[in-house]
Design a protein around this ligand. Structure first.
Ligand SMILES: *Cc1c(COP(=O)(O)O)cnc(C)c1O
Length: 394
């Protein structure tokens, strides 16, 4: 396995000269090829017109689908371009119709916005949301899930990686159970795309949602949705336009047969072209290489954090990824973030809304989240630890 040439990665990232960026789970620094593709596209729109740029940049726009298909090991017809991961997830989720007594199985780690959607639909249809408990490692309990399967379970919808922690849920083990029982499986892998080697055939998910701006290093306002071909035609999107459907008379329409039925006609085209470049760029590094490098940096950061007095690392699970979360007894999370900002280090604070059920269960309110990417360095981690150590002693 080739390793990441970190110097090259940094030379191709203008932002690293300005800031120590440990907020990759929020939004990564775009690399030069992605940023330049975005600016170039916008310039073309400025100089020749938006519709005309769709025509002249058609290959770059089409590349988004082929690159995504390669990234996830699916076909391009199974990919939709959507403005963010939440709306991608929604477009699939809200297509399901439930009956009174139907069950939606979900994870303790579930993303807050997804849970809001589930509650809304459960209330509307009289369905029930059932949380699969975590095991002793803090990851989704696969054996418990197996025991919860019955004929009332109509959907398994879980988060691969929570927004507020380093946990990686056993997505492929869940896939085996879902596939064995013939239950549709919706995976929120918003933090997984661009960070992990992802293969929807290996995982066995029928639907996967992801965002552009996080570990894929694409622009903000971009996202993607994968839906397995066999499921696409069973899911009528709750919102349709004349890109997703075609009027066949004044009283009827047909819906397109590919995953573009989940898209809007009007899109952020510059973002689409740039996201295609970002995915190609990630594929060039190799997702296995990226994952290995991120896991190593995160493990190093966790062990250095654990050595600090008063600091508790809160990441759960057997497998832990690039999201590193912690709190300090002496200093509130927001004050730690402020100290980092003053030292030109970007981190974020997870306040709990995104990981509501998990935080509530563990009695957590506010965590510092430092999330590493392959272009970060050990020197940056050491600087972060240094600034933190000094702030804790104030
Ligand atoms: C960030 C995040 C989302 C939402 O992604 P958007 O692109 O902001 O909609 C969904 N799920 C998880 C687990 C996330 O971390």
């Amino acid at each position: 396995m080739k390793t990441i040439d970190v110097q090259k990665a940094r030379a191709e990232t203008r932002g690293v000269e300005k800031v120590t960026h440990l907020n990759n789970a929020g939004s990564s620094l775009m690399p030069i090829p992605v940023a330049d593709a975005l600016y170039g596209y916008l310039q073309a729109e400025e100089m020749q017109g938006g519709y005309e740029t769709v025509a002249s940049e058609s290959a770059a726009l089409e590349n988004f689908y082929t690159a995504s298909a390669k990234l996830l090991n699916c076909s391009a017809a199974e990919i939709a371009y959507i403005e963010n991961a939440t709306r991608a997830w929604d477009m699939a989720f809200y297509s399901f119709k439930f009956e009174p007594g139907d069950k939606i199985l979900t994870s303790i780690a579930e993303y807050g916005s997804n849970l809001i959607g589930m509650i809304q639909q459960a209330n509307r249809f009289g369905a029930e949301i059932v949380f699969v408990p975590d095991d002793e490692h803090g990851q989704l309990d696969v054996a418990a899930l197996e025991n919860m399967i019955d004929e009332r379970v109509k959907l398994i919808a879980i988060s691969h990686i929570p927004t507020g922690g380093g946990l990686v849920n056993p997505a492929a083990a869940v896939g085996k159970i879902a596939n064995g029982a013939g239950i549709p499986y919706l995976l929120d892998s918003c933090q997984g795309v661009g960070q992990l080697h992802l293969d929807v055939q290996e995982i066995g998910c029928d639907i996967l949602s992801g965002t552009g701006r996080k570990f894929l290093r694409g622009p903000r306002g971009t996202g993607l949705l994968y839906v397995r071909q066999s499921l696409i035609e069973q899911l009528e999107p709750i919102l349709l336009d004349q890109h997703a459907a075609t009027l066949t008379s004044s009283t009827s329409y047909t819906i397109r047969e590919d995953a573009k039925r989940f898209e809007n006609w009007e899109q952020y085209f510059a973002g689409k072209a740039a996201l295609g470049v970002a995915i190609d760029y990630a594929l060039e590094w190799g997702l296995d290489n990226i994952q290995t490098r991120i896991y190593e940096l995160a493990a190093d950061l966790r062990s250095k954090l654990s050595a600090l007095d008063g600091v508790t690392v809160t990441d759960e699970g057997i497998e832990r990824c690039g999201l590193v979360t912690f709190y300090a007894e002496q200093v509130p999370a927001l004050d730690i973030k402020a100290a980092m900002t003053a030292a030109n280090i970007n981190v974020s604070v997870s306040s709990g809304s995104g990981s509501f059920v998990s935080f509530e269960k563990r009695g957590l309110t506010s965590l510092v989240r430092a999330s590493v990417h392959y272009y970060n360095t050990t020197a940056e981690i050491d600087r972060f630890i240094d600034v933190l150590g000094k702030r804790l002693k104030e």
